[in-house]
Write a protein that binds this ligand. Structure first.
Ligand code: RIB
Length: 297
């Protein structure tokens, strides 16, 4: 079983011809409210890929709260440990331009008060996977991660959005996922001089002493660690919206690893799923089913 401990947002999305620069006002489409949040996205992606998934997080009691769970509930994600707190729900203000690229500002709301104590006792065994991101307090992430690792569970951390944390703060995650920008930021933060995606990922994996996976958009993904160097391709697609593609990769990777796939096989499916997620608008509505992933392979 996969436990996702993380953020739940409502995305307020406007489509624009070109992304606004600082100081610039641009006209966009009518806004859409779409369920999002990196934790919720990864939970749904893993569930659609066939895994049994529990999401632990929090929403507020504002008017928008009900929107946040609209895709997760019908998909069969276990939401019993989602807290309903007084105050605002997490919101992401997103623009998506004609190239499918986005800008995102997150207002954390209830996500800032997610607590490790929400995860029930005896939640983890050696057969389980814990999936984490960086939109909830990292001390809470670590408290849950320690419990999962003590029970022998696999711990996967998606280092998004990037925050300049110290190497010790990654413990006890055995797999760290970054995108190409987060990989470069992390390497710079650690004072690594490597240049080029493969060299950066290899240097990060050596320094962090664990598996590091970097997603590379249309170039697929690359990993370095105890399983050696692994490269997998993306699917050739015309992107309409890349929002949530990285979350799709993380959720689908966790789903296949949780059922016993090798790292290379899980990465191959995850990269295909991430590409498919770029072909539709919005985060959660764009996540592929297991049948769609397998058919694309
Ligand atoms: O990764 C995409 C997600 O980032 C969006 O759904 C938004 O909610 C932000 O958390």
């Amino acid at each position: 079983m996969i436990t996702v401990f993380g953020s739940i947002n409502v995305d307020i999305v406007s489509r624009v011809a070109k992304s606004p620069q600082p100081g610039e006002t641009v006209m966009g489409s009518d806004y859409q409210l779409i369920a999002g949040g990196k934790g919720a996205n990864q939970a749904l992606a893993a569930r659609r890929a066939g895994a049994k998934v529990r999401l632990v997080g929090a929403i507020g009691d504002d008017d928008i709260a009900g929107r946040a769970l609209t895709e997760l509930d019908p998909a069969g994600v276990d939401l019993s440990d989602v807290a309903h707190l007084a105050g605002t729900t997490g919101v992401a203000i997103i623009t998506v331009n004609d190239a499918g690229e986005n800008t995102i500002v997150v207002s954390p709301g209830a996500n800032a008060r997610v607590s490790a104590t929400q995860v029930p006792p005896d939640s983890f065994s050696a057969e389980d996977t814990l999936l984490l991101q960086m939109e909830v307090p990292h001390d809470e992430n670590r408290a849950v991660a320690r419990r999962a690792a003590a029970a022998g569970a696999r711990v996967v951390l998606s280092l998004a959005p990037f925050s300049p944390i110290d190497v010790e703060q990654l413990d006890p995650a055995s797999i760290v996922i970054v995108n190409e920008h987060e990989a470069a930021d992390f390497a710079r933060h650690l004072g690594l001089s490597a240049r080029g995606e493969t060299a950066v990922v290899t240097a990060l994996a050596r320094r962090l002493n664990r598996t590091v996976i970097a997603t590379l958009g249309p170039e697929g993904a690359v990993a370095s660690g105890p399983d050696g160097l692994i490269r997998v391709p993306a699917l050739a697609v015309t992107p309409v919206d890349t929002t949530g593609a990285g979350d799709t990769f993380a959720g689908v990777l966790a789903a296949y690893l949780d059922e016993g796939a090798t790292l290379e096989a899980a990465m191959a499916k995850a990269a295909i799923a991430g590409s498919l997620a770029c072909t539709k608008h919005g985060a959660q509505p764009s996540f592929p089913t297991r049948a769609e992933i397998e058919a694309a392979i």
